[in-house]
Design a protein around this ligand. Structure first.
Ligand code: SF4
Length: 308
């Protein structure tokens, strides 16, 4: 039979009456004057009772001094088991402890920090490592690779033994290298989706910046395309004046720095000077004699100096 089933729910009478003994034990354990009213008791088992006293210590609102007393079977003397300070139902407590791996937030990592990933991290899945041998009848089997290697040696003049140790052309490893697949783990579908959600939230079409943008990134000259499946929905902004410079942006994002949003007006140019050489303007050099003050025009040949 378990201990829980043998516990008496009715407090032992002698233990329940030992309030003064419990108070003395609490006052001995606590600082002077911080043990308050007796606020209750509970039966912990046969002839074992815990008394609670209010704690008046600053910073311990809702905590209680708990003193457990007990007596032996057929004994009339009650003794103290222990006296501790325990939080009551209304106690002010620190927030529940959260493991560090769940506490980390983007941007928390600093230089020199290491962030290990779990072996079963949902964001990752096994990549193609190249450890598996191709099937014997495969078009990229060892025979095929040897043929390709020999062909390379003919072209480059190097003997096969002198060739670099990069995967031979025509092997799965070479193709995998080209595609960037030879990694122990790669992003899982879950990892892709969570990354896309994060990026969409930070630089997506629902942000105030995008809502007020004259056009979307998809048509912007500052957008640098990225590869992979995420490249269908995201790119990298390369406009130093944009808030998203160097960041992954949704193709539906946008900002006022869009390359085609506005064209800078050219500075005003003065009109070119007009030179009229098609006619001659007569210009008087001196007043005509005997004609009062009315000037006489020079003839056409002598008036060339008067050209405008
Ligand atoms: S400048 Fe603005 S519109 Fe152009 S790619 Fe960057 S964020 Fe998008």
């Amino acid at each position: 039979m378990s201990a829980a089933t043998t516990r008496s729910r009715t407090p032992d009478r002698l233990c329940a009456e030992a309030v003064d003994l419990a108070r003395a034990a609490a006052e001995e354990a606590a600082a002077p004057g911080v043990v308050g009213e007796h606020v209750g008791l509970i039966s912990e088992g046969d002839r074992v009772v815990t008394h609670f006293f209010e704690c008046r210590e600053l910073g311990y609102r809702g905590w209680r001094w708990a003193v457990t007393v007990a007596r032996a079977s057929r004994a009339k003397v009650v003794t103290v088991d222990e006296a501790v300070l325990l939080p009551g139902p209304d106690a002010v407590l620190a927030p529940e402890w959260v493991p560090w791996s769940e506490r980390l937030r983007p941007g928390d990592m600093g230089p020199g920090d290491l962030l290990p990933t779990d072996a079963d991290d949902l964001r990752l899945e096994p990549g193609w490592s190249g450890e598996d041998e191709p099937p014997p009848n495969s078009a990229v089997s060892e025979d095929m690779a040897a043929l390709a290697e020999a062909e390379d040696a003919e072209v480059t003049g190097a003997r096969p033994a002198e060739l670099p140790v990069t995967p031979p052309r025509g092997t799965i490893a070479a193709v995998a290298d080209e595609l960037g697949l030879r990694r122990a783990r790669v992003l899982s579908r879950y990892g892709l989706h969570t990354a896309a959600d994060r990026w969409e939230e930070a630089f997506g079409p629902k942000t105030p910046m995008a809502q007020a943008a004259p056009a979307a990134c998809v048509s912007c000259g500052f957008l640098v395309r990225i590869g992979g499946s995420l490249g269908q929905a995201f790119g990298v902004c390369a406009n130093e004046f944009s808030p998203a410079d160097g960041r992954v942006v949704s193709l539906a994002y946008g900002c006022g720095g869009h390359s085609e949003a506005a064209v800078m007006p050219k500075p005003p140019q003065p009109a070119p000077p007009v030179i009229d050489e098609t006619r001659v303007d007569p210009f008087p050099l001196r007043p005509a004699p005997d004609s009062g003050s009315v000037p006489v025009a020079e003839d056409a040949s002598s008036a060339e100096l008067g050209h405008s």
